[in-house]
Design a protein. Sequence first.
Length: 580
Amino acid sequence: MKTRTRSVVAIAAVAVVGVPMTVTATTAAWNTSEWVHGEVGTSTLDCADGTGFASVASGRFLSGSLLGLDLDPLADLEQMVLALDGAGDVTVSPSNAIDLGSAPPESYVYANPFDVTALSAINVDLTGFTVGLPGAALGAVNQYARVTADGSVAGASGLVNDSGAVLVSDTTPPASLPARARVGLSGILPAVTGIADANLEVGAVAASSQVDGCALLRDQLWGETAPASAVVRDYGIAGLGLQLDAPVVQSLVSTTTTAVNTLGGVVGQLTGPGGLIGSSIGAGVDAGLPGILTTTVGGNVSITGLDLLGSVATLLTTPLTDGVVTIDLQAGSIDVDLDALLPSLNNAAPNTEIVLNDAVLNPIVDRAGVLLDNWSSQIVAALTAELREATVTVALEAVVAAPGIGILPGLTVLSADIGFVGPLGALLDGTAVLTIDAEAAGAVGPINTLLSALGLPTVTQLLTTVGGLSSGLVSTLANTLTTTITGALTTLGGTLATAVTAVITALGSVVDALPSVVSLMVNVQPDQPNAPPDATFTAASGESIAEYKVAALRLGLADGLGGIAATTFATASAGPVTAP
């Protein structure tokens, strides 16, 4: 009877958390030993110098069905598969896969980079994944397989380098990652007023499966417990997001612009000799004099240094964000970083379902509400500040006249120049000081004669009265202007609140619908408990170990008829491996 000795080198996974970087591996070994077994067809296994193992490894970035299209038969989406038979012959599929440095007959390593252009016919945009990254020699999305004569096999897909190592995790810097893939949801979500399109954004994903087939066969056939490092499955997900194209958001800009222009029209009513300021001053002079005297106001009132639209321009162009929800008013979009609200997408147990429920999704609406409420408050505050800082120039002349009596004709009694230059805020606060320079309109004697006949004070007394009206006029102006401007700003705030409510209502409708149309599972391993029914694998049999498969992300989308069509991102498979 012939015996063989072995030393085992187990394959260890490499979890790469950033790029660029080099790939390293750890090893696990145990003492050489002789093994003989008479109850199976294979009597000996030499894992050090062994040959004749048959094995299979594969990597597939995208599989399943998406929006009614079966992805598996698409030639351009063909997976990378290597199959080595016991005679040492290897089958490479697809035949045009790239040889990464095979060393026949000991080892074979191939890759088949994923062709994202094959998805142009359906509502999924993966073009960002074509960005090449340092450490990912074949491009950002790859499908990789390696088989060796001693039964060691590995498969990988997604953002992996040319050694099959995972290049993505939840700690990979965003600047080191390609753009997210976008899967359209508008075909499965109910129509929502104000929402034109909805997309689930899938960040860079990767998966790898590495197996020491010989060690597992010795465990399976002879009961020698294989080390944990004999099967190493790894995956990584860079993030998950929800993106909405929302005209209802973009309408906030036009609504605000219209409201600001309306406010500008109200401000325009303050100016000119007959405007609100001039007429208020004229009425105030009238009220301070005996009723029989009349006041006519001429001159001008102007407001300068006022740019209402300019004061809110930045607020209309800068996206609103709290780091989780981002609202872009100009683009008309809402972006939600879902993985910031979800339990960790990485380092999860096999077949972890990511539950989308009220506890996860309601904060989206709450966060958006806070952002928009703060924004509308900032709009009102910016306009208020701009109004208060505007310069008001008052240059009025109030002419006071007395009516005629009997043969005495009516006469102009006095004129008063009323002036002010300062911020509108001073008038609103009642802290402004109006200058009043009054003087008799002509010969005092005839005027006094008329005034006496009318039972009115003398010119001198009237000049003193008019000269002392400043504080009263300012108080009247403050009340009038506050009512007018505060009322206009309140109306504007109400207009914004209505527009914001429309955005929140639209967003809430999408969020409410998500749990019924989207399901998520990470670290999908078909041979482990709680695997989805459509996740299949080849079980162990006879002298063959099982297929060890892992997928980074399974996305289930309702088809509108109550069923779920599942798309799997980044699947890696190692095995089966069959003894010589």
